[in-house]
Design a protein around this ligand. Sequence first.
Ligand code: FRU
Length: 506
Amino acid sequence: MRIIALKFIVLFFIIFLLGCNEKSEKVNLKTAILKDSITGEQYRPNFHFTPKKGWMNDPNGMVFYKGEYHLFYQYYPDDNVWGPMHWGHAVSNDMLHWKHLPIALYPDNLGYIFSGSAVIDWNNTSGFGTLENPPMVAIFTYHNMEGERSGAIDFQTQGIAYSLDKGRTWTKYKDNPVIKNPGIKDFRDPKVMWFEKSKKWIMTLAVKDHVEFYSSKDLKKWEYESKFGSEKGNHDGVWECPDLFSLTDQNGVSKWVLLLSINPGGPQGGSATQYFIGDFDGNMFTTAGNETKWLDYGADNYAGVTFSDIPENDGRRLFMGWLSNWQYAREVPTYTWRSAMTIPRELKLNETKNGYFVTSKPVKELQNILLNGIVKTEKKFEVLNESYLLEFDKIKSDTFSVKLANTLNEFLEISITDNNLVVDRRLAGNSSFNDVFEAKHKAPLNGIIIKKVQIYFDKSSVEIFVNDGELVITDLVFPTETYKSVNNFGDIELVTIYPIDLIFDN
Ligand code: FRU
């Protein structure tokens, strides 16, 4: 009897706390943890990276070194909304099973640590290490909050730091910043690569409505080279998080690709990533085309960039993005933590009769986490797991429609209609946290003939790949209860379900 009474008291106390929590503007992290522990962290993905607690946005400093993929990320450990930015850190052998490591970079008197990149300085050009133990060097933006608050415009500068122990501990360079602000408010997100022809480092920097290229021999002294983009692509928002790399198409032709995230201005509103295909000669990037190309037509793949230093014998260009959108990232219904990264993808250059495109294919490592495939020929069937891959292949017709539903009549509909890939999340679950979340997202097929559709579902996200990434939609979704019923309305004979279990301790 006493125990029952005690349970009631605890329950009332929790309900009371939650009630207070709803009213307070900033969610208190302790209360939030309580809230998630009650719901069983129902939206925490099984096979996507999330921080254990606190706020996360962009992936940063992704680099491969000595068998480890490093993921650093924009991180605020003390709350579940954006705040003073740190670089969180995790490592993995396959970009899927992650191990959380201590925070790599903390804010200091030059500012918060905004987005940036990391490279292995193999030739020890910086002198921070030795040839035997080359330094891992992080290049990031300092965002000086006091500067911003005081109305100054020169509060973003670029800084560097190095690690001699595989990214475990970091030393900031004593003469930071290495690039001062020239009087421009948006001056950030340096992505650095080694340019072998001129034996120089090249930095691509997002500067308001364009990118600027800088070069350096030692990662410390940087020279301005050129700029690109004021008159190209989409300009409905600020340019952020660039990336520059070369890709080779199926016929052996190489081109340079420039990725650029923009917020707002994306095809579904808010954040998205556009790209340009052209040439880079070590000084300048040029492109003939002017149409805007989107890497992903979904609402929730932002600020993605690629890993540095992937060994030549691997040779892939590997990408991960932030699985959210600035329109509602701070309000999504998770509490202990906020945001996940997309599944890792391999970017490829594809020449088609309509020109060159960048495709995003789920990395082959994902095969290792798929449980045994179950072939279904019925139109309606149940899946037993909370996360899974649904694979539709040998698609012969241009109509396709599948509904993922739960017992509460919430459903997510994915279809090909009027030459568009369409994801309808209007009745998919909880969307009350923000007005724009309840939406239907469309991506034009532009002549793509559909042969295969893969749907990766992971509790609160869906990533849809047509023909190994010729067209991609990444969307968040918050079903009150997970979708276990699949209804296949298309002219499709068979579907394979690959269940996916929880693969690492988030
Ligand atoms: C992109 C971005 C970056 C910036 C970081 C701050 O999402 O706005 O431009 O460096 O987030 O957290």
